[in-house]
Design a protein around this ligand. Sequence first.
Ligand SMILES: NC(=O)c1ccc[n+]([C@@H]2O[C@H](COP(=O)([O-])OP(=O)(O)OC[C@H]3O[C@@H](n4cnc5c(N)ncnc54)[C@H](O)[C@@H]3O)[C@@H](O)[C@H]2O)c1
Length: 282
Amino acid sequence: MGKLDNRVAVISGAARGQGRSHAVNLAAEGASIIALDICADLDGNTYPLSRPEDLEETARLVEKEGARAHPVIVDVRERSAVWSAIAQGVQALGRLDIVVANAGIAALGRGQTMQSWSDTIDTDLVGVFNVVQASIPHLGDGSSIIATGSLAAQLGSSTKQGPGGSAYSLAKQVVAHYVNDLSIQLAKRMIRVNAVHPTNVDTDMLHNEGMYKVFRPDKDAPTREDAEVAFPAMQAMPVPYIQPQDVSDLVVFLASDASRFITGSQLRVDAGGFVKAVPWGK
Ligand SMILES: NC(=O)c1ccc[n+]([C@@H]2O[C@H](COP(=O)([O-])OP(=O)(O)OC[C@H]3O[C@@H](n4cnc5c(N)ncnc54)[C@H](O)[C@@H]3O)[C@@H](O)[C@H]2O)c1
C-alpha cells in the first residue's frame, strides 16, 4: 500500500529535473500524474528547456511505477490553455488531490533582455497562479497544494543579476507570499498550501553558463569545473548542491496525510544555506 493510493497529482515542469523526480516519487506512492510541460524554449531564457521526448520519458517512468500518466504539452504562462489541460487531465484520471506548481526558468548571464524579465514573471509567478487557480475548482477537501520557491525567495531581492535574475527573485518572493495568504483562504476546507524552497539543485537550471557566471563572475566563460568549486559557498553544509530526490522526499511528505496539519509553511531544503546567510533575529 502506498501513501498516495487512488490520488491524482498535477505537476508543472514535469518533463525533467525536479518535476520529473516529483512525478516518479508520487507515482511510487500510488498517485496518478497529470504531467505538464512546455517542451520548447522561451525567447527570454538563456538555456534550453525540455523537449517532447523528455515528457514522454517522465510518463514512461510514472507508468513503470504502476501508476497512470496523463502528459500534456502546455505553457504555464497561457491561462486558458492551463485551465483546459488540467480540466482534461482531471476528466481522464477522475479526480485531483495534489498540485505541485514547479515549472520555472532562471534566465541568468549573457543574453538577458527585458523579454527575460517578462518570461520569468510569466512563468515563475503567473505560471504558479495559473496552475494553482485552475486546480482549485477540482480539489476535494483535504487536498495539498505545493509551490516551488527557492532559497532566493528567502534571501531578499537580487537586482544585480540583470532582468532575468531580478525577476526570478521577485517572482519567488511573491510565490512565498501567495502561499502564505492562500493557505488561510483554503484552511476551512482542510486544504494545505505550502512552499518548498530548495538551494542549488543538480538540474539543467543549475548547469548552464549563465548560472556558472553568477558563481564565477571572475571568469569570462566559466565551465562546470569552475562553478563546482564555488557552489558550496551557498550552503552551510559542505555540498555544492542537493539532488532532485531531496526535494521530492519533502514533496511526498507534503502531499501525504502525514502533513495534514502543516499549512502556510515555507520549508527550506537548503543544506543550511539560509542560516548561513541570515543571522538569527535579522
Ligand atoms: N535547480 C536549482 O538550483 C533550483 C534552485 C531553487 C529552486 N529551483 C526551482 O525548482 C523548479 C524546477 O526547476 P529544475 O531545477 O527542475 O529545472 P529544470 O530546468 O530542469 O526544469 C524546469 C522545467 O520547467 C519547464 N518549464 C519552463 N518554463 C515553462 C513554461 N512556461 N511552461 C511549462 N513548463 C515550463 C521546463 O521545460 C523544464 O522541464 C523551478 O521552479 C526552479 O525555479 C531550482
